[in-house]
Design a protein around this ligand. Structure first.
Ligand code: GDP
Length: 294
């Protein structure tokens, strides 16, 4: 995960760490290299510029040049700024409600169904009674896929294969959950290969009808800046509550993880790092920043 960025940032910072005496020129050139490492990682240029400007201001403020361990202090500042960039504090999902309803949105192939299964398993392990809902009226295979995952994690899956009304299916699922005492309903929706008006209208209608306690936008981190642009489009229409970044196990660059919070102003809440049901983590910006800095 993020190997390229980690490598480049470490190279940039190493020059400072090795110096006995650090000059303004060293700091300025390190900051420039940090900026380049970020843009090479597919971080949006403005985001990269803003964060490196802040790193420079903090380095001046905290008198890095005359500090006892300038290299360490500089790394600490970069770590703090990367943490802020990714949202600061970890943000949890809202699972209050009777039942709590979690709506899962995103493009086809982003990892929605896999994540729905993982989230169901994660919440079940916390002792919650969960219902998964297959709300994809276009691909029968999507229903089967969710059923397989549901079976694997021991969570019931609601579906209506004959019904072609996604709003109705979602509403029926929530009533059924209420009747049977389920505490959390996870609604996995249909995605298309690209942002599409019909898909947007459908998911907006589902959202209005079931009034979810939490709407999560799932996106493939390997798509870099496209992930950020798609997030913006979905957020403009859905005003979602949080982002789930998937396929981080294959993402050597990290651009989406670093830019998404600034661009849509919504926190990353979970990260997915593999196909297995256990490969799900709550997103902690500070831990991710430490990881990026190696
Ligand atoms: P959906 O169309 O949005 O529901 O996407 P799926 O959940 O079907 O996922 C698409 C493909 O990506 C499947 O082959 C998944 O096994 C795979 N996948 C999902 N999440 C991850 C992940 O975090 N890492 C990796 N390596 N593969 C993933």
């Amino acid at each position: 995960m993020f190997e390229n960025l980690q490598d480049k940032l470490n190279k940039a910072i190493k020059t400072l760490k090795g110096q006995g005496r650090i000059t303004e020129i060293n700091v300025a050139s390190t900051i420039k290299e940090v900026r380049r490492a970020l843009t090479d990682a597919d971080v949006n240029y403005k985001v990269a510029k803003d964060i490196t400007d802040r790193i420079r201001d903090k380095a001046i403020d905290r008198k890095v040049l005359i500090s006892v361990e300038p290299g360490q202090l500089f790394v600490k500042i970069v770590q703090e700024e990367l943490t802020e960039l990714m949202g600061g504090e970890a943000q949890s999902i809202n699972i209050k409600g009777d039942p709590a309803v979690i709506l899962i949105a995103g493009l086809q192939g982003s990892g929605k169904t896999t994540f729905s299964g993982k989230l169901a398993s994660y919440l079940k392990k916390q002792g919650r009674n969960v219902l998964l809902v297959a709300d994809d009226i276009y691909r029968p295979a999507a229903i089967d896929q969710l059923k397989v995952l549901g079976e694997q994690v021991g969570v019931e899956v609601y579906s209506e294969p004959e019904n072609k009304n996604a709003v109705q299916i979602a509403q029926n699922a929530v009533s059924q959950a209420r009747k049977s005492g389920k505490k959390v309903v996870i609604v996995d929706t249909a995605g298309r290969l690209a942002v599409d008006e019909a898909m947007m209208q459908e998911i907006e209608a589902v959202k209005r009808a079931i009034n979810p306690t939490e709407t999560l936008f799932v996106v493939d981190s390997m798509t870099g800046q496209d992930a950020v642009n798609t997030a913006k489009t979905f957020n403009d229409r859905l005003n979602f509550d949080g982002v789930v970044l998937t396929k981080l196990d294959g993402d050597a660059r990290g651009g989406a993880a670093l830019s998404i919070k600034t661009v849509v102003n919504k926190p990353i809440k979970f990260i997915s790092t593999g196909e297995k049901m256990e490969a799900l983590d709550v997103f902690y910006p500070d831990r991710m920043a430490s990881r990026i800095l190696g």
